[in-house]
Ligand binder design. Sequence first.
Ligand code: ZN
Length: 136
Amino acid sequence: MTVKSIVLSKNQIDTLRQHSQKNSPNEACAILFGKTDNGNVIVKEVFLTKNIENSPVNFTISPEELILAYDTSERENLEVSAIFHSHPSSMAHPSTTDKKYMEINPVPWVIFSNMHDEFKAYIYDLDLVPVPVKIL
Ligand SMILES: [Zn+2]
């Protein structure tokens, strides 16, 4: 399915930005819960996670936190709508490693660049497809 946009609130954006700044110089990550409405992904909740790699160029969410995220979203009747991570010192563009995992997880990936203070989203659908980020 084509994703027309991903919609975040100003508060959710602030939470993700702060989480990214706090984890810098390492990458920060989070899972975004939401609902899909007419092709638009509406984020309802930000589930902050730990980057167990503690790396400035990669991130991994622990299996325990992933299970907790799926349980929580199910309990709240929300979908796991998007994956978030930060790029502390590069552009908000997927890395080669990101692309590999995006192929396996075909949900929108939201990337925040600390360097450019910029949010971008992409989905992997045969190739990288940009998803407009809307902030309400
Ligand atoms: Zn990345």
